[in-house]
Every structure is written in structure tokens, then in C-alpha cells.
Design a protein around this ligand. Structure first.
Ligand SMILES: *Cc1c(COP(=O)(O)O)cnc(C)c1O
Length: 429
């Protein structure tokens, strides 16, 4: 990287494990060292050496409006002058809750927390309490935050660094977690039993790269949960307000029992939420026996960022525009790959996408892992050198924002074309 970024990375590594506060940021999935980001505006981020990139990470999902959206910045400024945190209820929390309940019909009540991890952890606790059962089912390559019991065959960084099962988690804990292949209803049916409290699923997988649900997969999970009296948890931390305003559950027409949210609902500030029917949510403390709390939960500044983000998204043409531009990008890149004879699979749902370097189809963790990682790493670094910031791992989704204008998309296609041509030269001879 540039001089400044390299110097900062040296310093960071002495104080912070791997120099980063979340593992994938360290670039170990692609080699090399990460740029240190100084600021961002719209579709662009700028590093410590003042190099500019088209940002296709969007803070891993939250920045759907792009960076520094005027309305959101104003809301955050205003909130910050009123006080950072009170540890007492505020009107803003009701307003954000109302927006979520209006957007997502399966949610009648919700609780705000501080991260996606907290949301899924709490959702599991609620599901276990409601069913009086112990086991949890998840999917190989599915990532739901770093909750002990969910770090089993986990996606995201766990998969990137070959530690899908984290050390430090007792076998006694993970023996209650069953993991089966994504998009495989047969495997789900075989693994279900009378002690299964819940199935937790990313309704569009995003942490093994973007992998859409197969036709009927989510409906099938709904039916299996109903007949087994287990709860269905949609982890929409990534997909909520991303693939559609009302989330993946509206896109695919399947109603989960519990939904977890995060990322977009905080507009870039730390937040998470879990919600369900009033009946289920009334089991949560102080109304019921499921304990869950948080010193900074419902933080007024995070809530202001979330509320203003959702109000810009609501009733806008943003999702239609994102679909159109993302589709144009996907068509352009797949055409370029075909032209240069580089086998790729581009998976995409709305503005969430991954370019895999194999023929595909990529439908689960196993097929995602067949992507040629050397080609991905080369693609990543050539794009970076050409001013494009992609997720530094094959097993992560990339994102476009409302600030990615037509000209950004055209630049991205043009640069991809150039880079894929080079890759064809280097690999396909
Ligand atoms: C990002 C993510 C999480 C974890 O959220 P954090 O805020 O990083 O704790 C959980 N589930 C899914 C599907 C995610 O994409």
C-alpha cells in the first residue's frame, strides 16, 4: 500500500491483534496490507495516502445511501448536540421501532441492541425459552456474528481463515448446534428432531459470498419448522433494508418467527435489533423471564442515524435504481469474463453480489469454496491498484449504494474488463 498506510499498519500490529478490530480487514484472505481509511464521501473512500477508491464494501453493508449522506449527517449532528447517551428511554427509539414494525409485518415488537452478534445471540435465547428446547440448526458457511454456539462451520472470517469452528468454545456448547449444507432441505429434514428450538438462516446468504436461496428453500424451512414446532429465525442483519425495504422475507414471501437486524438500520453506527410477534417478545425482560440488556442499547446517535437512513430509503426509488445499476454491472462483468475466457459465476440479489472464479453454479458453501482463490486474490489486487475497493475475501458479499452513479458502474465494468483480460493472460494460457 501507500507509505502512510504501511506505517500505520506496522504500528497497529503492535497494539491490536493483526492490526485490525475485525479479522477480515487485515487482508489475509488476499495477501498484502490494507489501506487505512481517512474519509469517505458518496461512493468513494480515501486512504491515508490520499488514494481514492470506488467503495464496494460499504462498511460490509450498512452504507446503502453511500458515505456522508447529507440528511443522515445532519440528523447525527443534531442528536450529538443533545447528548451522547442517557441510559434512559428516548422518543427516537419508539420512532425507529415504528419504522421497523411498519416495514416488516412479521415483527410486532422489537428490542434494540448494539450489534448483529447481540441480536442473534438474544434471538437464540428467546427461541430456546419459547420452545423449552436446546438445539439450534444453522447452515455451513452461514455467519451470524461471533456468538459461541454459532461459530460452527461459520462463514465470513472464520471461513476465510480456515477456522470455521473457533477455539475457546466448549464442545458442550457446540454439540447443541447442528450445521447442514445451505439450500439442502433433505439434509435439514434428516437433522431435525424433537429438541430443535430453532433454525437460523441468512435468507440470502452473504457470508460465504452472496448465495441466493434456491426456489422453495425458505418455504421448505418454514414448513419443516411448523411441523416440528421449531421456530424459524431469519438473520436479516445483512439483508434487512438491503435487498428490499422490507427485507428478504418480503422478497421471498416467507414469514419467520424471529428476525434479527443490524447494519443498515444503524446507517453506519453500531446497532442491532431482534423482533418477533408481541407474544414472543413479551417473554423478554422486564415483561418475561428471558434476560437481555445493554448499557448503550438504543443509543440516541445510532438511532438518529438509523431513523434518517430508513426515512430516506422509504418510498424512494432507491431499490429500483440499485437493482438496475447492479444488473448492469453484473451483465457487464460476466460479458467481459466470457470475452476473455475466464470462468466466473456472478451471484447477486439486488445490490448485494459476489464474483466467484469457477463455473458454478454456486449454491452452497462447498461450491463457493471451489472458487479459485488465487484468481480472486489477483483480481482483488489488480482492482485495488486500479482504484476499486472490494471485500478482501472471496467469501464475502460486495455492495453498491445509492451513491454509486451510472458513471461509477461504467468505470467498474471498464476496470473489471481490463483486469479480467490480464487474469486471462496470466492464468488461462
Ligand atoms: C454482519 C452479520 C452479523 C454480525 O453483525 P455484527 O454487527 O458484526 O455483530 C450477523 N449476521 C449476519 C447475517 C451478518 O451479515
Amino acid at each position: 500500500m501507500g507509505k502512510q498506510s504501511d506505517a500505520l499498519f506496522q504500528r497497529a500490529q503492535e497494539l491490536i491483534p493483526g492490526g485490525v478490530n475485525s479479522p477480515v480487514r487485515a487482508f489475509r484472505g488476499v495477501g498484502g496490507t490494507p489501506p487505512f481509511i481517512e474519509q469517505a464521501q458518496g461512493s468513494r473512500i480515501f486512504d491515508a495516502d490520499n488514494l481514492q477508491y470506488i467503495d464496494c464494501v460499504g462498511s460490509w453493508g450498512p452504507m446503502i445511501l453511500g458515505h456522508g449522506h447529507r440528511y443522515v449527517v445532519e440528523a447525527v449532528k443534531k442528536a450529538s448536540t443533545r447528548g451522547f447517551s442517557f441510559g434512559a428511554p428516548t422518543a427516537g427509539e419508539i420512532e425507529l421501532a415504528e419504522m421497523v414494525v411498519q416495514a416488516i409485518p412479521s415483527i410486532e415488537m422489537l428490542r434494540l441492541v448494539n450489534s448483529g452478534t447481540e441480536a442473534t445471540m438474544s434471538a437464540l435465547r428467546l427461541a430456546r425459552a419459547a420452545t423449552g428446547r436446546n438445539k439450534i440448526m444453522k447452515f455451513d458457511g452461514g455467519y451470524h456474528g461471533h456468538v459461541d454456539s454459532l461459530l460452527v462451520k461459520a462463514g465470513s472470517g472464520g471461513a476465510t481463515f480456515n477456522v470455521p469452528d473457533s477455539a475457546g468454545v466448549p464442545a458442550e456448547v457446540t454439540k447443541l448446534t447442528i450445521s447442514v449444507p445451505y439450500n439442502d432441505l433433505e439434509a435439514v429434514r434428516k437433522a431435525v428432531d424433537g429438541d430443535l428450538a430453532a433454525i437460523i438462516v441468512e435468507p440470502v446468504a452473504g457470508n460465504m459470498g452472496c448465495v441466493p436461496p434456491a426456489e422453495g428453500f425458505l418455504q421448505g424451512l418454514r414448513e419443516i419448522c411448523d411441523s416440528n414446532k421449531s421456530l424459524l429465525i431469519f438473520d436479516e442483519v445483512m439483508t434487512g433494508f438491503r435487498v428490499a425495504y422490507s427485507g428478504a422475507q418480503s422478497l421471498y414471501g416467507v414469514k419467520p418467527d424471529i428476525t434479527t437486524l443490524g447494519k443498515v438500520i444503524g446507517g453506519g453506527m453500531p446497532i442491532g435489533a431482534y423482533g418477533a410477534s408481541a407474544e414472543l417478545m413479551k417473554m423478554v425482560s422486564p415483561l418475561g423471564p428471558v434476560y437481555q440488556a445493554g448499557t448503550l442499547s438504543g443509543n440516541p446517535i445510532a438511532v438518529a442515524a438509523g431513523k434518517s437512513t430508513l426515512s430516506v430509503l422509504k418510498n424512494s426509488s432507491i431499490y429500483a435504481d440499485l437493482e438496475e445499476r447492479s444488473a448492469e454491472f453484473a451483465a457487464g462483468v460476466t460479458a467481459a469474463a466470457a470475452k476473455h475466457g475466464v470462468p466466473v459465476t456472478l451471484n447477486r440479489v439486488g445490490s448485494m453480489w459476489t464474483l466467484f472464479f469457477n463455473e458454478g453454479p454456486v449454491t452452497d458453501f462447498e461450491s463457493a469454496n471451489k472458487s479459485n482463490r488465487e484468481k480472486f486474490a489477483r483480481f482483488f489486487h489488480l482492482m485495488l491498484a486500479d482504484g476499486v475497493y472490494l471485500p478482501p475475501s472471496q467469501l464475502e458479499a460486495a455492495f453498491f449504494s445509492a451513491a454509486h452513479a451510472k458513471k461509477d458502474i461504467l468505470q467498474l465494468i471498464e476496470r473489471s474488463d481490463r483486469v479480467l483480460k490480464k487474469i486471462a493472460w496470466e492464468f488461462e494460457k
